[in-house]
Each structure stands twice: as structure tokens, then as C-alpha cells.
Design a protein around this ligand. Structure first.
Ligand SMILES: *[C@@H]1O[C@H](CO)[C@@H](O)[C@H](O)[C@H]1NC(C)=O
Ligand SMILES: *[C@@H]1O[C@H](CO)[C@@H](O)[C@H](O)[C@H]1NC(C)=O
Ligand SMILES: *[C@@H]1O[C@H](CO)[C@@H](O)[C@H](O)[C@H]1NC(C)=O
Ligand SMILES: *[C@@H]1O[C@H](CO)[C@@H](O)[C@H](O)[C@H]1NC(C)=O
Ligand SMILES: *[C@@H]1O[C@H](CO)[C@@H](O)[C@H](O)[C@H]1NC(C)=O
Ligand SMILES: *[C@@H]1O[C@H](CO)[C@@H](O)[C@H](O)[C@H]1NC(C)=O
Ligand SMILES: *[C@@H]1O[C@H](CO)[C@@H](O)[C@H](O)[C@H]1NC(C)=O
Ligand SMILES: *[C@@H]1O[C@H](CO)[C@@H](O)[C@H](O)[C@H]1NC(C)=O
Ligand SMILES: *[C@@H]1O[C@H](CO)[C@@H](O)[C@H](O)[C@H]1NC(C)=O
Ligand SMILES: *[C@@H]1O[C@H](CO)[C@@H](O)[C@H](O)[C@H]1NC(C)=O
Ligand SMILES: *[C@@H]1O[C@H](CO)[C@@H](O)[C@H](O)[C@H]1NC(C)=O
Ligand SMILES: *[C@@H]1O[C@H](CO)[C@@H](O)[C@H](O)[C@H]1NC(C)=O
Length: 717
């Protein structure tokens, strides 16, 4: 057990063992030993690698993309044959092309609500924009799409030049679909035919509804009979009694229909129902003069819509089905869409310097990093926790505001090359490695166990070191955990090996570290006959940097624990020099603790360490705000409440629906849908942040179990 003598040696390990095959690769740790004011752990917080990694891991998972809503990545994807797609409308027509998946949550609950169900007839190719990429309010969620279409984040100038929200949705949809067609990447019945995005749930822009790749399988007028005159749904307090018939999943979710029970043929129909005619509508979608938005409350007819109150909850519940990995462990993401990870493209790639350089500069200031990206520490005592938290969550504030048109053009060229390659039956640069699964494995292995290990280390503060039973119990717990981390990589040295084997620059350290860091990628070496294309080389880089960071801390701490164990605990209990050991141990434990804290901050897997602390009851669910399902706090006195707390109506360009029905909180459960520009605002979002009218993000970072009336009624402030 010893403080490492030379971190320089470590920097060397990183450099020499990594297959430094591209010039952009940056060492994780600084090989020089300057900047002595920085933490000894020397994680490079300016490296794009952990963000690159986390983006791959988060693909198609609601939870992760809600915590980190500004997508940076563009991913080719596929949808299996016979996958169902839903489309809600407020008229009896079939959709024009292209069209977005409109949820029942928006289109339902009106006097003219219609539901169209389609099924794919073949394997369909798509592209997926990660983040909350179908969110029309806030800052940065649409950047990657706009860059792809227009080369800048604002798109074409237009009268007023304001934020136009849904008005631009059709321009965006058409822009992407036209791009497929113009580049000969897809069209009706072949190639790329849709664009997958997310807000509260996943949806798809379908480029052409005349395509033989999908077939309409039902087209229903789902308008429900109104409640009797004078009846009202708003006072419904027993939401649980609301019929589940209103459950209607989002476009890409799956739901069984037509269940035929064996042996009951005389009761249930055994013949197929007739298919509706194949639609012939072929006009092109245009920006509507009055785009659809969720039902607005306060109207008398709305009060009599029977399913209005449960509609938002149903929408929300369908989104929770794709939460994916979170503080409660692994979970299912949107599995109907399969990402083709060998074609993963992201603005976190080190080649996009137009964003990386200003971002690094800004974070140096806001997060107290050195020019090389090392953490200079919190400065004042007592704020370490807060600063670490800001480091851990830093990706949430990333956007693509500084990407230049030429970088956007590079991304577009790269994507065309990749998409075209994947059209071929045997793509040139697709090894078949499941990169998403690999990153998920790594997060599952280390995500919650790092969190648990940190808590075990923190318990030391309450151990009376003179109580040997207590101390030994704590040490056994810590050693059990480090042993589990190192188990696949560590070969114990001979018993008579010197104490020096347990230090950082020992040959034991180097061998163990190398096995740990390259545990996933050892064979992806040109010498083993594997050659990867540019996208997969970057994936390999991001994984090796990430496991490199993890192993750098865990092998160091694990070996130090073994050293302390061997010299202080693996001997007769009452033969240690207590005072000597407790001083050593105290400084070591504090070193280990900061190592794990800084590692977790560097990884930035913030969503993996958030969950509802209480276990939710059967009729509850762990809620995080997902646009547009963002309830507003209501006041306890019941007077006005929610309405008064709506978004500031004076925000340029945002306007908003009418608020205010005394006593009921906000009259409709959805967060602000952007209004058409009514005055010349300045184009780009006014400020950073996702729910600018909310003073903090506690609802996101400390989620709670809620019941089904929560979205409609909000929470008591
Ligand atoms: C950290 O990463 C950034 C960006 O890749 C790089 O410019 C910098 O040199 C790296 N710092 C160290 C200490 O390697
Ligand atoms: C759908 O049903 C509602 C209620 O029965 C009716 O008022 C409406 O006209 C119907 N819409 C169409 C397009 O048939
Ligand atoms: C963004 O790109 C569009 C289309 O290329 C162009 O019309 C517009 O002027 C650009 N906006 C800015 C702010 O450069
Ligand atoms: C449903 O409503 C009935 C009658 O109002 C009530 O007694 C019951 O508790 C409600 N069920 C639930 C699950 O809340
Ligand atoms: C959709 O495909 C049909 C048939 O190939 C074609 O006639 C039509 O123009 C296409 N519509 C759009 C909007 O591209
Ligand atoms: C940054 O770290 C340095 C060195 O520890 C310290 O002097 C300074 O106060 C810190 N600044 C902030 C804003 O935390
Ligand atoms: C240490 O004990 C105090 C007092 O009982 C408690 O508040 C604190 O949470 C404990 N710390 C840890 C890490 O368990
Ligand atoms: C040591 O701690 C254990 C567990 O808390 C306790 O039962 C025991 O009495 C303590 N021994 C001494 C000598 O304080
Ligand atoms: C495949 O990768 C090689 C090596 O990086 C590259 O030269 C080639 O352009 C790539 N081919 C395609 C179709 O992307
Ligand atoms: C530990 O110390 C006690 C008395 O302090 C003694 O009786 C016992 O034999 C010692 N045990 C060992 C293993 O030395
Ligand atoms: C106790 O420790 C001393 C000094 O470290 C050593 O010489 C002695 O052999 C040890 N006794 C036992 C019983 O292990
Ligand atoms: C538009 O904004 C300008 C400048 O902020 C203001 O003077 C004008 O009154 C606004 N017009 C409307 C219709 O709100």
C-alpha cells in the first residue's frame, strides 16, 4: 500500500497499450506530471470519450435520453417485418407524406379522433436521432436534425425568424425524407423510409404512406360518446376507476389485438376482419396553418370528454415501458427498433472540433478544469459534493450550437457513406459486433456496483478504528467488493512477493490493468486479423477509454486494498500497531473515496444513479418529467394553483394556451406546446434549460412515485 510514486508511468501505460491508430486519440491521463494542484486521479474531463460511450449506451432508452436530451448521434436502424405502427388524427383522412407518429395523447379525446394502425410488411430501414429529438420546446434537442438538413441549427430564415416549433416539424420531416430520396438512399418500398425520434416515448416519421413496406390494417373513428350534459370529468378523483379502454400506445409500441382463445371458436370469430382499402393519398405534407396540439382545457366540450383525464397517464405509462437502464437496474428500451451500431455516428467524435473546443473552454471555467481537462478541485471546502455533481451531469448541458456548416457537411457526408454501405447485403465496414450490447454490459457491470462501493467506502467515517471487530468487518466488505471487480483480471502473486507488488507502477498492476482495460477489445487488433472501419474504430476507442478510466481507479484501489489486507488484517488480530495502521488507512480510504467519486463524475452516467428511493405501490409509477408530460406544481390552497405557474407568457416566441380554471390546477396536463411566432424573437432559444419556468430540476433528479392523477393535477407545491 503506497501512494503511487509516479503517475507518469501510468500515462505511459495508457499510451503504449492503446492501439493508437488514429491521430485524434487522446490519452485519458496526462503523461506529464505537472499541474500538481489537480487531483491525483487525473481524469480528463475534456475528453469526448465518456460522452461518446454514454451516447452509445443510451440508444433507444427513454430514461437516459430524458436526462441527456440534446442528442449528438445519428444511428442507422431497422424495424422488423410485421411491426405495428400507430397514427392518430383529428380527421377521417389517411395521412399525407411524410407524417409523424401522432399519439392518441395528442389526437385522442376530441370529437373527431381517428386511429390508424399499420404494420410493416418487410424489414424496414430507418435512421434514429438520439436525445429527446421530438421535443419542440427547450434548447438543443433538434440541433442534430437541423444540422443534418440545413447545415445550421436554425434552418432557413423566415418571417419573424422566431422559434416555430411544430410549424417546422413538416419542413424537418420533408427535409430528411427528401435527403433520402435525393441521395438515392431510400424511397417507397426500399432503403431508408423513416426517422425514429423520442419525446415521451418513441415515434417515427414515415416518409411515404404509399410505400408497400407498410400496410394499413385498421382505420377507426375512435371518437367516444360524451358524458351527459352537465357531467364533468375534471373532478374525477378516483382515476383508477377510469376505464383502461383508453389505453392506447404510442406509434411504435406493441399491443395484442384479436386474441382468439382456443376451444372457444363458437364464441369468438375465427375469420380475419376485412382490411381497409390501401390508401391512395399521395399529396405532400406541408406546414399546417394550425398545427395539431394537445387538447386545450377550459372548453365546455372538453369537460365532457370521458377519457381526457386518463389520456396523459396512458401516454406516460407507455413511455415508461421503454425506460431502459436506470437506478433500478437494467430495463428494456424501445426494442422494436434495432440500432445498427457499426454505423454509429456522433458529434462526440473527436473530429468535430468546432464544438469540442468551445465546450472544453466553457467547461474549464464552469467546472474548474485545467487546460488539459483535469479537475482542479472544488476550491472552497464543503462544496466538493456540489462540484462533483455538476461534473457528473455535465453532458446534460451539451448542445451543438457551435458546430460549423463545414462540420455539419462532414457529418452529412459521413452519414451518406455509412448509410449507403449498409444498403449493401455485405457492408464493407460492419464487423457484426454488437456495440450497444457491449456498452450496456459495461454499464451493468460497473454502474450500480461503483455506486455501492462508494457507499461502502463512505461508511468508514463512522467506524471507530480502535474497535477491531468493526474495522475488520468493514475491511472485509470493501475487500469483497474490490475482489469482485478484479476477479477476472488478477492473478495473486507468490506469497513471498514484496509489498511493492501492490503499488500502481508494479508489473502486477500493469498486467492486471491491461487485462481489465482491454477485456472487451483484446481481439480487435489488426494483428489478430481484425480490421475495423472508421466508425467502429471510434467505438473501440470510446470503449477502451471508458474501461481504461474504470480500470485505472479500480485496479489501483483493488491492489491497495490487498496490500493493506495482507500487512494488517491477514495476521493474528491482536498483533498490529493500531496507531500506525489507522493513520495509513485513513489517508488511503480518503484517496480511494475521491478516486471513485471522480471516476463516477468522469463517466457521467448520472441517470444510472437516480431512482425512486421508495418502492412504488402497485398503482404508482416512478415519474420523471418527459416533454410534453410535465405537470406544474399546484398550490395547496387550491386557488388557481397550476395555472398561475404556467410558463411565463412573456417569453418571446412561446406564447401558450390559455390557462386558468380556478380550483383545478392547470387545465390540461401537457407542458407548453410552442405557439406560432407572434413577434420577432431572436431565433435561437433564449436560454439554456429544458423547463425554463421551473426553478429547479428536483422532479428529474429526485423522482418520486406518483399515481395516475399526477400528470393532470400536478403535485402540491
Ligand atoms: C484531454 O482531452 C482533450 C480533448 O481530447 C485534449 O485536448 C487534452 O490534451 C487531453 N488532456 C490530457 C491531459 O491528455
Ligand atoms: C367520427 O365519429 C364522431 C362521433 O360519432 C362523429 O361526430 C364524426 O363525424 C365521425 N367522423 C367522421 C370523419 O366520420
Ligand atoms: C441556416 O441555413 C439555411 C439553409 O441553408 C439558411 O437559409 C440560413 O440563412 C442559415 N441560417 C443562419 C443563421 O446561418
Ligand atoms: C372506484 O370507485 C369506487 C366507487 O366510487 C370506490 O369505492 C373505489 O375505491 C374506487 N376504486 C379505486 C381502485 O380507487
Ligand atoms: C410517395 O410514393 C408514391 C408512389 O411511389 C409517389 O407517387 C409519391 O409522389 C410519393 N410521395 C411523396 C410525398 O414523396
Ligand atoms: C478551482 O480550483 C482551484 C484550485 O483548487 C481553487 O483555488 C479555485 O477556488 C477553484 N475555483 C472554483 C470556482 O471552484
Ligand atoms: C454516520 O453516522 C451519522 C450519524 O449516525 C449518519 O448521519 C451518517 O449518515 C453516517 N454516515 C454514513 C456514511 O453512513
Ligand atoms: C465494536 O463494535 C461492535 C459492533 O458495533 C460492538 O458490538 C462492540 O461492542 C464494539 N466493541 C468495542 C470494544 O467497543
Ligand atoms: C471502410 O473502411 C475503410 C478503412 O477505414 C475506408 O477506407 C472505406 O472508405 C470504408 N468504406 C465505406 C464504404 O465506408
Ligand atoms: C491476543 O491477545 C490476548 C490477550 O490480550 C491473548 O490471550 C491471545 O493469546 C492473543 N492472541 C494471539 C493470536 O496472539
Ligand atoms: C507480532 O508483530 C511483531 C512485529 O511486527 C512480530 O515480530 C511478531 O512475530 C508478531 N507476533 C505474532 C504472534 O504474529
Ligand atoms: C414585438 O416586439 C417589439 C420589441 O420587443 C415590441 O415593441 C412590439 O410591441 C411587439 N409586438 C407585438 C405585437 O407584441
Amino acid at each position: 500500500m503506497r501512494i503511487p510514486k509516479s503517475l507518469a508511468a501510468l500515462g505511459h501505460v495508457f499510451l503504449s497499450l492503446s492501439t493508437a491508430s488514429t491521430a485524434q486519440q487522446q490519452p485519458l491521463l496526462d503523461p506529464s506530471n505537472e499541474a500538481s494542484s489537480t487531483s491525483q486521479w487525473r481524469f480528463n474531463f475534456s475528453s469526448e470519450a465518456p460522452h461518446y460511450f454514454a451516447s452509445v449506451h443510451g440508444l433507444l432508452q427513454q430514461w437516459s435520453n430524458t436526462f441527456f436530451p440534446n442528442g449528438h448521434s445519428i444511428v442507422p436502424c431497422e424495424i422488423a417485418p410485421f411491426t405495428k405502427l400507430y397514427h392518430g388524427r383529428m380527421d377521417g383522412d389517411v395521412p399525407p407524406s411524410p407524417e409523424c407518429g401522432m399519439a392518441y395523447g395528442i389526437m385522442g379525446g376530441s370529437r373527431n379522433s381517428h386511429m390508424l394502425t399499420y404494420q410493416t410488411t418487410r424489414r424496414v430501414k430507418c435512421i434514429y436521432f438520439d436525445g429527446e429529438s421530438a421535443t419542440l420546446f427547450g434548447s438543443g434537442q433538434l440541433d442534430s436534425q437541423n444540422l443534418q438538413i440545413w447545415g445550421n441549427i436554425s434552418g432557413p430564415a423566415r418571417p419573424g425568424n422566431g422559434f416555430r416549433g411544430l410549424y417546422d416539424e413538416y419542413a424537418r420531416a420533408a427535409g430528411l425524407c427528401d435527403w433520402f430520396r435525393e441521395q438515392n438512399l431510400g424511397g417507397p418500398g426500399w432503403g431508408y423510409e423513416g426517422i425514429v425520434r423520442m419525446n415521451a416515448g418513441f415515434e417515427m416519421i414515415w416518409c411515404n404512406f404509399s410505400s408497400p413496406s407498410i400496410r394499413l390494417i385498421s382505420h377507426l373513428n375512435i371518437t367516444a360518446p360524451l358524458l351527459p350534459e352537465g357531467g364533468t370529468n375534471v373532478m374525477v378523483t378516483e382515476q383508477d376507476n377510469v376505464s383502461s379502454a383508453s389505453y392506447c400506445p404510442l406509434p411504435l409500441s406493441e399491443r395484442d389485438t384479436n386474441v382468439v382463445v382456443k376451444g372457444q371458436e363458437d364464441v369468438y370469430p375465427t375469420s380475419y376482419y376485412p382490411l381497409p382499402p390501401s390508401p391512395t393519398r399521395s399529396d405532400k405534407a406541408t406546414d399546417p396553418s394550425d398545427p395539431p396540439r394537445p387538447p386545450v382545457g377550459g372548453k365546455p366540450e372538453w369537460l365532457r370528454e370521458p377519457f381526457f383525464p386518463s389520456q396523459a397517464w396512458s401516454w406516460y405509462m407507455s413511455a415508461t415501458q421503454h425506460y431502459g437502464s436506470n437506478g433500478d437496474g437494467p430495463g428494456r428500451g424501445e426494442t422494436h427498433v434495432k440500432p445498427i451500431s457499426c454505423g454509429f455516428l456522433t458529434y462526440y467524435s473527436p473530429e468535430f472540433l468546432s464544438q469540442a473546443i468551445p465546450r472544453a473552454k466553457e467547461e474549464q471555467k464552469s467546472l474548474n478544469l485545467t487546460k488539459e481537462g483535469l479537475w482542479a478541485g472544488p476550491g472552497e471546502v464543503g462544496i466538493r459534493g456540489k462540484t462533483l455533481q455538476a461534473l457528473t451531469r455535465r453532458r446534460r448541458l451539451h448542445d451543438l450550437q457551435d458546430i460549423t456548416p463545414s462540420d455539419a457537411a462532414t457529418m452529412r457526408q459521413n452519414s451518406e457513406k455509412v448509410l449507403r454501405d449498409l444498403l449493401s447485403d455485405s457492408p464493407a465496414n460492419c464487423s457484426g459486433i454488437e456495440w450497444t450490447a457491449m456498452t450496456n454490459d459495461i454499464v451493468q457491470t460497473y454502474g450500480s456496483s461503483l455506486f455501492n462501493f462508494l457507499h461502502a467506502l463512505e461508511k468508514f467515517e463512522n467506524i471507530t478504528v480502535t474497535n477491531k471487530t468493526l474495522l475488520r468487518g468493514w475491511m472485509v466488505d470493501v475487500r469483497d467488493q474490490t475482489h469482485a471487480f478484479l476477479l477476472p483480471f488478477l492473478e495473486y502473486p507468490d506469497e513471498d512477493a514484496s509489498e511493492d507488488v501492490w503499488v500502481r507502477d508494479s508489473s502486477l498492476f500493469k498486467a492486471t490493468y491491461s487485462r481489465c482495460r482491454f477485456q472487451y477489445t483484446r481481439l480487435l487488433d489488426p494483428e489478430e486479423g481484425v480490421s475495423l472501419g472508421p466508425e467502429e474504430l471510434l467505438l473501440k476507442w470510446a470503449i477502451e477509454e471508458t474501461t481504461g478510466g474504470i480500470c485505472s481507479a479500480l485496479v489501483d484501489i483493488g491492489l491497495a486494498v490487498e496490500g493493506i489486507w495482507e500487512s494488517n488484517f491477514n495476521i493474528p488480530v491482536n498483533n498490529t500497531s493500531e496507531s500506525q495502521m489507522s493513520t495509513k488507512l485513513k489517508s488511503e480510504v480518503s484517496r480511494w473515496t475521491s478516486g471513485i467519486e471522480e471516476l463516477m463524475a468522469w463517466l457521467g452516467w448520472a441517470g444510472e444513479w437516480v431512482r425512486c428511493e421508495e418502492r412504488c405501490a402497485w398503482d404508482e409509477s416512478c415519474f420523471i418529467p418527459m416533454w410534453p408530460l410535465i405537470p406544474f406544481p399546484r398550490r395547496r390552497d387550491g386557488g388557481g394553483g397550476g395555472p398561475g405557474r404556467g410558463p411565463p407568457n412573456n417569453r418571446p416566441g412561446y406564447g401558450g394556451p390559455p390557462y386558468g380554471r380556478p380550483g383545478y390546477g392547470r387545465p390540461y396536463p401537457y407542458a407548453d406546446f410552442p405557439s406560432p411566432p407572434n413577434n420577432g424573437s431572436t431565433g435561437r432559444r433564449p436560454s439554456r434549460g429544458f423547463n425554463p419556468w421551473q426553478s429547479n430540476e428536483d422532479d428529474l433528479w429526485s423522482p418520486r412515485c406518483v399515481k395516475s392523477d399526477y400528470i393532470l393535477k400536478g403535485r402540491e407545491a
